[in-house]
Design a protein around this ligand. Sequence first.
Ligand code: UGA
Length: 447
Amino acid sequence: MAVIAHNCPNLQVTVVDLNQEKISRWNDPDLSKIPVFEPGLEKVVKETRFKNLHFSTNFEEAIKKADIIFISVNTPTKEKGVGAGHASDLRFVESSARLVSKFSQGHTIVVEKSTVPIRTAATIMSILDSNKDPKDSKTFDVLSNPEFLAEGTAINDLQFPDRVLIGGNNSLAIDALEKIYLNWVKKEKIIRTNLWSSELSKLSANAFLAQRVSSINAIAELCEVTGADINEVAYAIGEDRRIGSKFLQAGPGFGGSCFTKDILNLVYLCEYFGLNEASNYWKEVIKINNYQKNRISKVVADKLFGTLTQKKIAILGFSFKSNTNDTRQSASIKICKNLLEEGAYLAIHDPKVSKLQIAIDLECEEISNHSNCDYINKWQFFEKIEDAVYSADAIIILCDWDCYKNLDWKEISNMMRAPSWLLDTRNVVSKKLLKDTNLNVWKLGLG
Ligand code: UGA
């Protein structure tokens, strides 16, 4: 929404959330307090906030005034009931539609921005219509306009999108939304489809991206046992223009709030329609991803003579990828839990993730009173890399933050307990930097 406000100074954009604390942080005069860390976001917010970008909890007023409403709420995987563990929980989409239905005035275009299962637009439309008073002249159009930005590069992705997808049944409503994007996106990049194609394209795009990561990770394991080098293989196959070079970076497994959730959703949809072979196909993508995390934990144990008890392991990187403080579904969580389970003591560093967030992810929410957590005293958070690696038996790089790329490995290896190991799961450390060190090195995907 900040990027829309930035590109369309003639539009008034209001972001509404019921969470007062979150909205207060978005309104905080100190821009470093805004709740999301995303390169470039502070600048965009600074240039638009209180001019044509507003943050509020007053949804009644915002809905009444709006011509176009974007529903951008969470659609987590259902935890209970029919489809638990696979289907999307649409309760926030539904409650948003109810609010719009109640407070909107005149004609309102409602845009699905959240990632939703196919045919959610029909649910939204029936909720919107259900509250109609025959006396008033409320009317609605529902459009699907999925978001393809990736965290860490969000501002650039929004400013220069590969495409903008708008699905709908009414071409006038599509025109109205297209007009907004035309302020900065070329017309050729705007794809118009029917509602269901748009909804399904978003799920499919994420499933394809995740499948590429699982594919390259499966090849990485084969490289390790055959003597091939995953970087060379990735380069060689990526040069084929039909395959392309992006999303071929082997790693500890994909994380983030979307890939697993969206594939589970796809699996559920396939099963719902009785497409069991298709459902099994997509399940394998997640299976390989889970296997990758467990495999890495096992490699660590194997390298350290099969036992991790009383050994210090430094974890470099906790977010699910670099340039974000988001840890949702991060491979680091599962790998750290596996290592703690094996008895290791972990020294964790991440340039953006907070100690509290790590505690929550390792199930130590009550960090202050030390209750409710098996792992308390078994891990520590360090703000400085040198403190985390001091006297460690092994260092595992789990995230490709720039600050891990040019470390002085000679100095670090001297600080560690010998025989010391570096396990690089993101291939961020060059061979050159490891020359003249005493480190034993394992790199993911290298024979
Ligand atoms: C992903 C999609 O890339 C976006 O297009 C989509 O809009 C977004 O989900 C969403 O649905 O909200 P995101 O999860 O932010 O974006 O991050 P990605 O860059 O896709 O990375 C996902 C995971 O895959 C990360 O853990 C990353 O480290 C891993 N990955 C990615 C690899 O291991 N190798 C690669 O080559 C690429």
